[in-house]
Design a binder for this molecule. Structure first.
Ligand SMILES: [Zn+2]
Length: 326
C-alpha cells in the first residue's frame, strides 16, 4: 500500500454543512448555456455585472452556493482567507465530506481519438471519437461515449466528456515563493463525469511566457479546427487524431485539490477539482488565437469560505508514448 503524504492548508474553522446537489444527466457546456449569449460570465447573479437583468432562477446556486469555483489556491505556509467576493457566499460552510477526493490515488489515463463530423450526435456515439466545437463561450473538444479516456480516482472511473479553454486563467495561485497572486494567460479544463453524474475537473494552467517556441501542437490542431461561429461543430474535419494527454505537462506528480463547482451556470456544486501547479507552455500567439474566439471567458474568483486546498502527491499520468510519469 502506497503511503500518501499531503500538505493541508486550512482556510477557516466553520462546521460541515454538506451541500451536494444532484447533477442531472450527461453534462456538457451546452446544457448550461440555454438562453445565454457570450456575456454569460458577466451575468452570473450576485457578481459584479453591467447587466443583471433577466436572471433565471435556475442559476440561483451561482449566487447562494458556498462551494463555488474558481478560487485563489493559497499555498502559503500561513494562509489567511481571501474573501474576494463575499457577496456571493456565506462563510459558515465547509466542503462536503469527500474522503475519496484526496485519499485515493489519481490516475489520468487518456487515449488518442479520431475526429468525427457528427456534431451533437457525438454524445451518443459508441465509438472512440471526438468533435471540434465552438460552444458560444468556449473552444471545446467533445468526446463520444465510447471514448476510453478517463480519470481514475482510486478505483472510480470518471470518463472524459470534454475539454475546453478559458482566457485568462480562472484559478489564481499564491505561494511563499511568489506571494503575489499569479494569474496565468489561460486555463484548460478536462471535464470528467462518473456514471452517476458526479463531476471531476482537471485544470491545467496555460503559460505563454516562453515565447513562440513554446507552441503546443495539440492546441494548434484544436484552434485551427474549431469553427468561428458560435454554437457550431466542425462538420468537415474528419479523421484527425488527437491525444489529449499531450495537453498535460510532463513531470507532474503533485496536484491541488478542493471541493468546488462548475464555473458557468448552473454552477452546480459537488465538483471535485484537481489543478496542476505546473503550467502547460503555449505560445503568446496561441493565447491571442484563443482570445480571438472569446476575449475573456473566465469567471472571477469566489470566496474560499472554510474550504481547504490540499496538495495531492500521488498523481500518475499515462502519456501515450509508452512511459509513465510518476
Ligand atoms: Zn471551464
Amino acid at each position: 500500500m502506497k503511503k500518501h503524504s499531503m500538505g493541508v492548508i486550512i482556510f477557516g474553522l466553520a462546521m460541515v454543512v454538506p451541500s451536494l446537489h444532484a447533477l442531472a444527466g450527461h453534462w456538457d457546456h451546452s446544457d448550461e448555456s440555454q438562453g445565454w449569449d457570450g456575456t454569460l460570465w458577466a451575468n452570473i447573479p450576485g457578481e459584479p455585472s453591467a447587466n443583471q437583468a433577466s436572471m433565471p432562477l435556475v442559476f440561483a446556486e451561482c449566487a447562494i452556493g458556498s462551494h463555488q469555483s474558481p478560487i485563489v489556491l493559497n499555498l502559503t505556509s500561513n494562509p489567511i482567507p481571501i474573501p474576494i467576493n463575499p457577496k456571493t457566499q456565506s462563510p459558515d460552510n465547509t466542503p462536503p465530506a469527500e474522503p475519496d477526493r484526496h485519499a485515493n490515488s489519481l490516475h489520468v489515463r487518456y487515449a488518442p481519438s479520431i475526429s468525427s463530423t457528427v456534431g451533437a450526435a457525438i454524445a451518443s456515439d459508441k465509438g472512440n471519437a471526438y468533435v471540434f466545437r465552438n460552444t458560444g463561450h468556449a473552444v471545446q473538444v467533445s468526446f463520444s461515449t465510447g471514448y476510453p479516456g478517463r480519470l481514475l480516482i482510486g478505483k472510480d472511473a470518471y470518463p472524459l466528456v470534454q475539454l475546453h479553454f478559458h482566457t485568462p486563467s480562472e484559478h489564481i495561485v499564491v505561494t511563499d515563493t511568489s506571494p503575489a497572486a499569479k494569474q496565468y494567460a489561460g486555463e484548460l479544463h478536462f471535464v470528467h463525469q462518473r456514471e452517476d453524474g458526479r463531476l471531476a475537473v482537471l485544470g491545467i494552467f496555460l503559460d505563454d511566457s516562453q515565447g513562440a517556441t513554446a507552441e503546443n501542437l495539440i492546441l494548434k490542431k484544436i484552434i485551427e479546427n474549431t469553427p468561428l461561429e458560435h454554437d457550431a461543430y466542425n462538420k468537415s474535419a474528419a479523421g484527425l487524431s488527437l491525444d489529449p494527454s499531450k495537453l498535460i505537462p510532463v513531470g507532474n506528480e503533485q496536484v491541488l485539490t478542493y471541493a468546488g463547482s462548475l464555473t458557468t451556470p448552473p454552477c452546480s456544486e459537488g465538483v471535485s477539482w484537481y489543478v496542476l501547479p505546473e503550467p502547460l507552455k503555449v505560445s503568446p500567439a496561441q493565447i491571442q488565437q484563443l482570445q480571438a474566439f472569446f476575449p475573456t471567458n473566465s469567471r472571477i474568483v469566489q470566496n474560499t469560505a472554510a474550504r481547504t486546498v490540499e496538495i495531492h502527491k500521488d498523481l500518475h499520468v499515462d502519456h501515450s508514448q509508452g512511459h509513465h510519469i510518476r
